[in-house]
Ligand binder design. Structure first.
Ligand code: KG4
Ligand code: ZN
Length: 337
């Protein structure tokens, strides 16, 4: 059972062929980063135009690398939400047209659930477990009950964690997008050079929430105030101290969720799951089983879409060919353990 997965929700134009929801036969990601770098952020109009130019080529390459033709595709899955509307529509329309012309089933899938599915492409995992979904647009700590059933325990009350990496990087001119640049710079810096405060989110409803606007303001506008005497304000030290605090904010909420739910498997997904400091800190918790997708499956990709699509296919779920795109995050259930 070979599924063509299409992903075009933001600035990666991606297609993949996945066999039986598990075996990645090809995974092509064409990044638009060079086209958006001049603006230090994704320009929606440029993104959708590039997707329109590239989607056919990217899908053809995915077929070629998998060693199959269009007639070797048994079903198609494409991202329908959330994301930039114009970008989403390109991949979704392409996926629907492909499925219609080949007469194969079509499944419209959710990008966030797909990020959480990504580690399952390489690891056998029993539900339930805790999910840590960290990307440019989202920071979610959730209980994952099934591939389409998550209960959000905590989320950001302002900026997403990846967004904070990107904004800090933009301010200091480290590079775009910021996450990977800060990660690399931080390796040469001292994470104790600055002592940034953690947000005050302790009680009731906010126990598992995170917040990044305070950290961003501290790093961008009040840097000197938090410098530890004897340490220099080098780019490396700023990156290392910011990254340490950004990860501490996530882990404080995540570890509270571990304690309260008793779940000891943590599965990470999303672009920020590539972060080496986050991976190292979680690896220290030898009492937990922490699963990270391989780096090529952390960022946006078509393999996670095809993998998740296979689960819907198996259950007999199909999307109608008038299924449309939505920029919004679906209303996931929210509760407290
Ligand atoms: O999942 P993703 O590719 O797109 C969204 O769905 O948002 O995530 C992109 C985000 C960006 O904010 C980027 O700076 C961040 O992931 N990122 C990282 C790293 N690599 C990418 N953040 C921290 N450390 C990294 N190594
Ligand atoms: Zn994503």
């Amino acid at each position: 059972m070979r599924i063509l997965g299409i992903e075009s929700s933001c600035d990666e134009c991606a297609a993949a062929i996945v066999e039986d929801g598990r075996r990645v036969l090809s995974n092509i990601v064409a990044t638009q980063i060079p086209f958006h770098a001049a603006y230090d952020g994704v320009v929606p109009e440029i993104a959708s135009r590039k997707h329109t130019e590239w989607i056919g080529v990217v899908a053809s390459r995915a077929l070629a690398e998998a060693g199959i033709g269009a007639d070797g595709v048994d079903a198609v899955a494409a991202t329908a939400r959330p994301g930039l509307l114009g970008s989403l529509l390109v991949g979704l329309s392409f996926g629907k047209a492909f499925a219609w012309t080949r007469g194969v089933p079509f499944m419209a899938v959710d990008h966030m659930l797909a990020h959480l599915y990504a580690p399952r492409l390489v690891e056998d995992l029993e539900y339930p477990y805790l999910g840590l979904l960290v990307s440019g647009g989202h920071s979610i700590i959730c209980r994952v009950n099934d591939f389409d059933d998550i209960v959000v325990l905590g989320t950001t009350i302002d900026d997403a964690v990846g967004e904070a990496f990107d904004k800090v990087s933009k301010h200091f001119g480290f590079g775009y997008p910021g996450g990977a640049y800060i990660d690399r710079l931080a390796r040469k810096g001292d994470s104790d050079a600055f002592r940034f405060p953690l947000p005050r989110l302790h009680k009731g409803d906010h126990r598992y929430d995170v917040s990044y606007s305070g950290l961003k303001t501290a790093v961008v506008n009040q840097l000197e105030q938090f410098r530890v005497p004897g340490h220099e304000a080098t780019g490396e030290n700023i990156a290392a101290s910011f990254q340490k605090t950004a990860v501490d904010i996530l882990l404080r909420s995540l570890f509270r969720a571990v304690e309260d739910t008793g779940l000891t498997t943590v599965v990470a997904g999303g672009g920020v799951a590539a972060n080496s400091w986050l991976r190292a800190r979680l690896a220290e918790r030898t009492d937990l089983r922490c699963i990270f997708p391989p780096l090529e499956l952390c960022g946006d990709n078509g393999a996670m879409i095809a993998g998740l699509g296979y689960r819907y296919f198996q259950r007999g779920d199909r999307s109608a060919l008038d299924a449309t795109a939505s920029p919004r995050v679906p209303a996931f259930k929210r509760s407290y353990p």
